[in-house]
Design a protein around this ligand. Structure first.
Ligand SMILES: C[S@@+](CC[C@H](N)C(=O)[O-])C[C@H]1O[C@@H](n2cnc3c(N)ncnc32)[C@H](O)[C@@H]1O
Length: 203
């Protein structure tokens, strides 16, 4: 089974499993550490059912805009039903390795729970760099540490059993190659947060 089919299959039960009070509390405390500002344009990649969206909306306020993408159509359908009626939220089916936005559009790109699953990480980083404004922020975050993510995926399904976050050294190399700098990584029990800034256009 492909990862895309795997996530489509999980869509209907996603919110029941993951939209918990504990995760909401975690995200509520996490998002303010992203340093987002009112009026900013944010792209949430691998949005799933849009668990991050209400918290991003709170950070950017009514003058901000959220674009959310996911390659699993069933996730997008649920996300649209929840948020697409809002005037400043747009949800589309897209693959992170083939983003369909103008270059220099977003102030920040958020990847919550996505990065280990991306098949072509170099191309995904290049695409996220292109759609970010210069000095825009890339935010890769999880509610687990790198080691905890590895164990979680190993136990979840053979489809994602080997989906891991790269080591800090590899992450720094990938991000630097894709035009990012000022890289700051927190990796501790119950949290992974990788913040970096677009310094120049990916080559
Ligand atoms: C673990 S889920 C996280 C969903 C959501 N961010 C959350 O925290 O509930 C990963 C999501 O990323 C999507 N995804 C995985 N690889 C992708 C890719 N290459 N392009 C776009 N979406 C992708 C999956 O369809 C899935 O919805």
């Amino acid at each position: 089974m492909s990862r895309q089919a795997y996530f489509n299959q999980l869509a209907d039960s996603w919110d029941k499993r993951f939209q918990t009070e504990a995760l909401s509390t975690f995200i509520e405390q996490l998002v303010p550490t992203f340093g987002l500002l009112p009026g900013q344009k944010i792209l949430d990649v691998g949005t799933g059912t849009g668990i991050l969206i209400p918290f991003l909306l709170k950070a950017v306020g009514p003058t901000g805009q959220i674009s959310a993408i996911d390659y699993a159509e069933k996730m997008v359908k649920i996300c649209k039903a929840k948020y697409a009626h809002l005037p400043n939220v747009t949800v589309t089916v897209q693959q992170v390795e083939k983003l369909d936005f103008q270059s220099q559009t977003f102030d920040a790109v958020t990847c919550f729970g996505l990065f280990p699953h991306i098949e072509n990480k170099e191309e995904a980083l290049r695409q996220m760099n292109l759609v970010l404004k210069t000095n825009g922020k890339l935010i890769i975050a999880h509610a687990l540490s790198r080691a905890e993510i590895k164990a979680h995926h190993h136990n979840a399904s053979s489809v994602v059993a080997h989906d891991e976050l790269p080591t800090a050294a590899v992450m720094e190399k990938l991000l630097t190659q894709a035009g990012f700098g000022k890289i700051h990584i927190i990796d501790k029990p119950g949290q992974y947060l990788n913040l970096s800034i677009k310094l120049h256009v990916a080559l």
